[in-house]
Design a protein around this ligand. Sequence first.
Ligand SMILES: Cc1ncc(COP(=O)(O)O)c(C=O)c1O
Length: 401
Amino acid sequence: MNVIYLDNNATTAVAPEVLEAMLPYLTTYYGNPSSMHSFGGQVARALKTAREQVADLIGATPTEVIFTSGGTEGNNTAIRSALASFPDRRHIITTQVEHACVLNLCKRLEKEGYRVTYLSVDRRGQLDLLELEAALTGDTALVSVMYANNETGVLFPIDAVGDLVKSYGALFHVDAVQAVGKVPIHLQNSPIDFLTLSGHKFHAPKGVGALFVRRGVPFRPWLIGGHQERNRRGGTENVAGIVGLGQAAVLAKHHLTAMTMQVQALRNRLEQAILATIPDVVVNGQGSPRLPNTSNIGFKYIEGEAILLLLDREGICASSGSACTSDSLEPSHVLKAMGVPYSVLHGSIRFSLSRYTTAAEVERLLAVLPGIVAQLRSLSPFTDDESDWLEQRTHALMAAG
Ligand SMILES: Cc1ncc(COP(=O)(O)O)c(C=O)c1O
């Protein structure tokens, strides 16, 4: 199918080189890396190489890398581990704009008796470090903050946050699922104790990822099982996935400069052309440092889902928020936390590019989008008035077919 795929923050295409690296581990080399025989031993060597490759991408040492099933497991493991390591501390700090796998875990932890502070963000999606400092106490076990927001691409000042966290003796976890492969990450001299990454956001397959745990930081495994991952994560390894993750890490490092040059140039072209050709448009997160590949654009007075539907008919994939919450009609918790007004909130679309996105694809989007927006606006009864919103959006969605 000939799609224009502008939804790379939801997931990415597996790179051909990644698939090629994986295939022998789904066919010829099917041994168990924990086996004593040499048939398994060669698979164990492939895991070792992949661990070195992932460590190299993030500036860590290989023993600091634990392979996981992806971002959700990494985040759950890091947060649970930090709490188990500090049983006397009952306070967690996170932000209002984290991914569902952090926010829903924190809600669960509140039920288990922990106190959770959800830091606010401003209109640009930025944290207030004074608010963080005021929230930190000697009871804070963990601060968990994302590197880059999946919906807006806004980057948090991770080093400044980490320095504050360290001054209170708490552990610092960073969900870097959207940042790895898109911005340089060097963990060697950083205040980060735990860092989560997920392969399918940078051209490895779904269902594989890694958790960085700094050497010397106390760690409690979440999955209890065999001796895999040096007793830190039980379960026979997803060998082919891990080999793919390693190869994707090598490619991500190789393409990092291109990511910040070419992809960012295409993203800027997309953004500037939309701002120039379509009235009543805002870029959510503008004014903050952002990922080079992400643009979250609010089209006032129309419904984001209706835009997506009409784009879909043109073979263009975009998103109105996180893929994990897209089946709910609730507007984005991230944009709500940023105080985005109602007239913009419901009409916000995320375009996320990859190194495979071409200029021709962006031009195709730019050719069809103004017509789609004009068509929907001509049908739209929306105003800045928040009242009767549900009725209005049902009407608009029906009108869009
Ligand atoms: C910021 C962020 N954290 C965590 C996740 C979850 O990662 P995974 O899909 O690998 O479980 C995602 C996925 O969208 C994400 O964007």
